[in-house]
Design a protein. Structure first.
Length: 365
């Protein structure tokens, strides 16, 4: 077998050998220029029972490729996991000792290889190295499993995706130093006193016992609405400062937030009894603030005093049902955010747009 494989019709990689579920597996370092050649993604070549699971979401590929091209010295790609339908040959560096599981892995070019996790990375690498050729000299780890006839591949794909843990939005915002919106959200929290003390930084939802009132992800969404920015838009220093200034002013006119900051009232009690302690209102305040600043650029901060006139109590169902509440429960649906924002704009003396007026007419029918 070794003699057959180790020839011009095979690929050889430095690798480490291990065992999972009683079966050998190999982690190899594969030059990225070889990834498109080794892992040929042709749906016609994939057995029908496996094909649907591996259909590419082509909209994701340019985003990953752009990430690689824009960050050639500062990117991270996790390992590709693949099944090989033939035996591979592993040549250890030593017969005994720690080096017995380190060596060279040889995979026949005639082997069929199915990607169980990483098909979008593979496609993005192919696109990226067309433009940034130097990326082809970098390596990506590949975890190989030997799976004769690829009988276990379907279950492996399902298991890998079922048990994958996606980081929540708040922790992604906390750690992402490339995303302009995330950078802006961290700046806002650091420079708005009531946010700094009352924001959950690494969770996107609050437990009943949480001492916090906001999440970092909800502040990011609300501040994007305030600045009228989409997810990938650039945000300059002046805009970050405007966002911090706006939220500092808002805090002054919502006494319950200040009381929670001073620990004079329980945050759990505020969440239970008031709509202003939830993401739907925070985002509505951001949306209303965008209109306020646009229409009253010189006096917007003075207008915010009218926030103190709003009864934020959930018990005030005549006002909040159908806006922040749906059948007594908080709702962050787009229409509910817009209707809550309309109410805030009315109190702030901000004329409603034609679209907002139409929404109000539908609400009042």
């Amino acid at each position: 077998m070794a003699k057959t494989l180790i020839d011009e019709y095979s690929h050889t990689f430095p690798a480490a050998r291990g065992v999972q579920a009683g079966r050998p597996c190999y982690i190899a370092m594969c030059p990225m220029r070889l990834v498109p050649k080794i892992f040929v993604f042709d749906e016609a070549e994939v057995p029908p029972e496996l094909r649907a699971q591996r259909s590419l979401n082509k909209s994701r590929i340019p985003e990953i490729a752009e990430y690689l091209i824009d960050n050639p010295l500062d990117y991270t790609l996790s390992a590709i996991t693949a099944s090989v339908d033939e035996q591979v040959h592993f040549e250890p560096m030593a017969d005994t000792g720690p080096a017995v599981n380190l060596g060279m892995l040889t995979v026949s070019m005639s082997a069929q290889i199915l990607i169980n996790d990483g098909q979008h990375r593979r496609a993005a690498i192919e696109e990226a190295i067309k433009e940034a050729h130097e990326l082809g000299h970098d390596h990506i780890p590949v975890l190989f499993f030997v799976d004769k006839d690829l009988k276990r591949s379907q279950q492996m794909f399902a298991d890998l995706n079922k048990h994958a843990v996606r980081p929540n939005d708040s922790i992604s915002t906390l750690y992402d130093h490339r995303d302009p919106s995330s950078e802006m959200a961290r700046y806002v929290v650091a420079n708005v006193d009531c946010f700094r003390r009352l924001t959950e930084m690494d969770k996107s939802s609050l437990s009943n016992r949480s001492s916090k009132l906001f999440t970092l992800s909800s502040i990011k969404l609300a501040s994007r609405s305030l600045l009228r920015k989409s997810a990938k838009d650039k945000i300059n220093e002046e805009e970050r400062e405007l966002a911090a200034q706006y939220w500092n002013e808002v805090c002054q006119y919502i006494p319950d937030w200040l009381s929670a900051q001073k620990k004079e009232v329980s945050t759990a009690e505020l969440r239970q009894n008031y709509v202003h302690a939830h993401g739907v209102t925070l985002q509505a305040l951001g949306s209303a603030g965008a209109e306020l600043i646009s229409q009253k650029p010189k006096t917007w901060n003075k207008q915010l005093k009218h926030l103190g006139e709003i009864d934020w109590s959930r018990a005030n169902t005549e006002v909040w049902e159908g806006r922040a509440l749906m059948y007594g429960r908080l709702s962050k649906a787009r229409a509910n955010v817009a209707l809550t924002s309309n109410l805030i704009k009315i109190h702030l003396g901000v004329p409603l747009s034609a679209e907002s007026k139409k929404l109000e007419e539908q609400f009042n029918q």
